[in-house]
Design a protein around this ligand. Sequence first.
Ligand code: CA
Length: 219
Amino acid sequence: MSKVLIVEDEPKLAGLVADYLKAASFEAHCIGNGLDAVPWVKANQPDLIILDLMLPGRDGLEICKEVRSFSDLPIIMVTARVEEVDRLIGLETGADDYMCKPFSVRELVARVKALLRRPRVAAVPAGLEIDEGKHQAVLDGKALDLTPVEFRLLAALAAAPGRVFPRDRLLEKLYADHRVVTDRTVDAHVKNLRRKIEEIRPGADLVRSIYGVGYKLEL
Ligand code: CA
């Protein structure tokens, strides 16, 4: 089920949008204060954000820019002023779509669906092939000699290139038995994975560290 975050300080409107989304089989979460948006996105990894422009705490423009610094998830900006739309587009905020208030909630849900159907950018970085069945990864035609944990780490990151995975999310994917490990364990595996990637492609920076959040696979 796709998870949609609604950042909107008008509770009635936020509730209405959430109801429509839920009726369309989405999971919907509402946030009314701009300051709470980015931390929630980092912690919960929504699939799409509906972001109001004027918000208490922090405006939608700043939130959009910061989210874009670590994620390419679809963002629909919402504004009460038609004139704002041109300005927003001119600012190249990185938003994927815009809607003006008052808007048809049906139309908004249709746009949410359209954005989530849109294919994400290229499947994996050029030169990298991952065979989940054989548990093999090949870079530039050469097999990467990975441990099972390193393979799962790479496969998890490659499932959504460009998306930032928090360490705790990665841990869930690395150890099916939920053994007690720390965030540092992920760092250690990433270090080994990077070394093996660099043995094949010197200077490669495929596995990027995003400070305070986690890791992502570069395209
Ligand atoms: Ca508002």
